[in-house]
Design a protein around this ligand. Structure first.
Ligand code: WTA
Length: 646
């Protein structure tokens, strides 16, 4: 455990929006006089009809419900665009840096983005999209992805962005789950010089979904696509015929803004639903405070818009704050591992926000790729998506930021909308590996697995005791699942699924998931999803998947597979299964290890003892704990003897 503490740099303490004393005062007010606090903070949004009620929430089963600013109305596209036009219409809203450094970057002003969004919103309307309809977005990292999201928000359609790395099957189930009838895509995506066949994937996905009546196809690479008459239309051709005048729909604060599918410990991915007012406030407020954002600064979040980080910190948060947000199509190591730092120099990026997995991969390539670039423009660094190990933190701080840039390690989840625990650069002394202190209004608590609160320093399950505006409101189509997943483990508390330690100074240290969710390269995955992909293969009888430590990815995927009796498990089958999972879910779910096992450890009642498999995955086999309830202890011996490399 790193014991280092980095004090707030003197200049930051002097100039930041929030210094240490102000953080303490604001936090106190946010929990003691929360109504007044939120009334003031909510003024950062433009409301059409002001709200009178603030918080109407309960985590208890009897009167369960979450509403914020319930009677107010607003439109988030208008908040992200229209209100900036008078003052900064000619400011660059989006800088787009393509996959290849040889292709020119694009710079889109607020005025241009506003016109693009209005035109695209009119195109959607012309195709029959109305308030409340679901629109699936399966686009690469191009500005049109932001245009599509904001166009939906403008007319009150609910967007569901699906990460471009997902397979046709994963895409189809997400389209089907929310009954989306419109899909927005591109001919191909481009990542690290490789084309991703997005339109072809859509075609496969839609083969069984005749209810989708419109597919808008953006030309990105010019790759060949088949267009289905009546259903498929050309983005540019059709949008150019549209007017750039489109009134922003008046949305209730609690009207849905978007659905984003995320993995849980059981079942298929759930559609996390966020609404308009609370999410809008949370994304813009946290972006402003955590990054100490001032208009004019160039800000870059390297996430993909297919994940929540892209929603809140590439699109909504920054644009609501009038920021210049950089959108990068590519990957950190293409054409070489200097790419991030070259992009920072090229666009004079001041604030840089990335994931620990990228840092670990780049760190391994040696300092030279970093130090050959200037990075003088950098003022602040951020981390998100998984716990950052102190070595990677120190490297980020020392080599990338040359010790002058604070690092904000932001802990949050798809469900939380935006950041809940993070340092503020002008207020919080930093401890490498700790997400540190709660955001305003956030009340974290640690409990034992029996739900007993832990006071002071200690370690336990991380729960949040009260609602915050950016909280998800439901699981699309399954409100009961929402309650069961998050509020039934510990009565009256929101359960995050994360383990956490709190130190003597009240700093929070996230230790990782304590449920059956794994975090592979910052991508969140349910082990159950990978298991069901494996058992869908004709030769597989049973499968169990656990996480394993991985130097770059944080966690890797370890799969135990029992084949059907007549199958001879060999390397060829192993390769076949790896390909199978990639095809079923997507490349992000590629298993790192497949161990064939004639049997899995089960209790006498037939339940797989995942605890034992986790220990084997972690290579922590010295003490497997209580194995007395095993139906057949011989199974475990066989697993231990046949560990790959074990
Ligand atoms: C993990 C991503 C430690 C955590 C925004 C959480 C983190 C899950 C951090 C949510 C962090 C995210 N430190 N762990 N700074 N940020 N996590 O929904 O386990 O993709 O529950 O949201 O990522 O992943 P999700």
């Amino acid at each position: 455990m790193s014991e280092a503490v980095y004090p707030v740099p003197e200049e930051w303490a002097r100039t930041a929006l929030v210094d240490e004393a102000r953080y303490a005062e604001m936090y106190r007010r946010s929990v003691e006089d929360s109504d007044a606090f939120w009334r003031e903070e909510a003024a950062r949004l433009d409301w059409i009809k002001p709200f009178t009620t603030v918080q109407e929430t309960s985590f208890d089963e009897a009167d369960f419900g979450i509403r914020w600013f319930g009677d107010g109305t607003l439109n988030l596209a208008a908040n992200a665009l229209d209100r900036h036009l008078a003052e900064r219409g000619d400011t660059v809203a989006i800088i787009w840096e393509p996959d290849s450094p040889d292709e020119p970057a694009r710079r889109i002003t607020y005025r241009e983005l506003h016109a693009d969004v209005c035109r695209f919103a009119n195109l959607l309307k012309a195709r029959g999209v109305r308030k409340g309809d679901r629109v699936t977005i399966y686009l690469p990292m191009v500005p049109e992805a932001a245009v599509a999201m904001l166009a939906c928000a403008r007319i009150g359609a609910i967007h569901s962005v699906v990460f471009g790395g997902f397979s046709p099957d994963s895409l189809a189930s997400r389209i089907e789950d929310c009954d989306s009838t419109v899909v927005l895509t591109a001919d191909e995506g481009l990542r690290g010089g490789k084309a991703v066949p997005l339109k072809a994937n859509v075609d496969v996905a839609l083969a069984k979904l005749p209810s989708v009546h419109t597919v808008v196809v953006l030309k990105r690479t010019g790759g060949a696509v088949t267009m289905q008459d009546g259903r498929d239309i050309d983005w540019h051709q059709d949008v150019s015929a549209q007017s750039d005048d489109c009134t922003a729909e008046e949305m209730g604060a609690e009207d849905p803004l978007f659905i984003l599918y995320t993995s849980g410990s059981t079942g298929k991915p759930k559609g996390v639903l966020h609404t308009t007012g609370g999410y809008g406030l949370w994304a813009s407020m946290t972006h402003r405070y955590v990054f100490d954002y001032r208009p004019g600064q160039i800000y870059w979040c390297t996430a993909d818009v297919g994940w929540v980080t892209g929603h809140s910190y590439i699109v909504y948060g920054p644009l609501m704050n009038g920021a210049t947000t950089l959108m990068f199509e590519g990957v950190p190591n293409y054409p070489d591992p200097s790419r991030f730092w070259q992009v920072i120099d090229k666009h004079q990026v001041e604030i840089f926000y990335t994931a620990p997995t990228a840092l670990r991969a780049l760190m391994r390539e040696g300092d030279d790729y970093v130090t050959r670039t200037s990075r003088k423009s950098l003022r602040l660094l951020g981390s998100v998506g998984e716990p950052i190990n102190p070595e990677a933190w120190e490297w980020y701080h020392r080599v990338v930021g040359e010790r002058r840039c604070p690092i904000v390690d932001t802990w949050w989840q798809t469900e939380t909308g935006a950041t809940l625990i993070s340092p503020l650069p002008g207020a919080t002394p930093l401890k490498p590996g700790s997400a540190s202190k709660p955001m305003f209004g956030v009340k974290p608590m640690l409990v034992t697995s029996e739900g007993v609160p832990i006071e002071g320093a200690g370690e336990g399950c991380l729960v949040i005791t009260d609602s915050w505006p950016g909280q998800m409101r439901t699981v699309w189509g399954d409100h009961e699942r929402f309650f069961q997943t998050y509020f039934s483990t510990f009565k009256g508390l929101y359960f995050t699924g994360d383990g956490c330690r709190r130190d003597e100074d009240g700093y929070y240290w996230i230790t990782g998931r304590i449920d059956d969710v794994i975090n592979v390269s910052g991508h969140r995955m349910g082990t159950a999803e990978i298991e069901s992909a494996l058992v869908a293969h004709a030769k597989v009888a049973e499968a169990a998947v656990v996480g394993m430590p991985h130097a770059i990815k944080g966690q890797g995927i370890y799969a135990f597979v029992t084949t059907n009796a007549d199958v001879h498990p060999d390397d060829a089958l192993r390769k076949e299964l790896v390909q199978w999972v990639r095809q079923e879910i997507g490349p992000i779910a590629t298993p790192d290890v497949i161990q064939f096992a004639p049997g899995l450890p089960k209790t006498r009642s037939g339940k797989i003892m995942r605890r034992i498999l986790r220990k084997i995955g972690e290579n922590d086999v010295g003490n497997l704990g209580d194995t007395s309830t095993l139906a057949d202890p011989g199974v475990v011996d066989h697993l231990l003897e046949n560990r790959p490399g074990g």
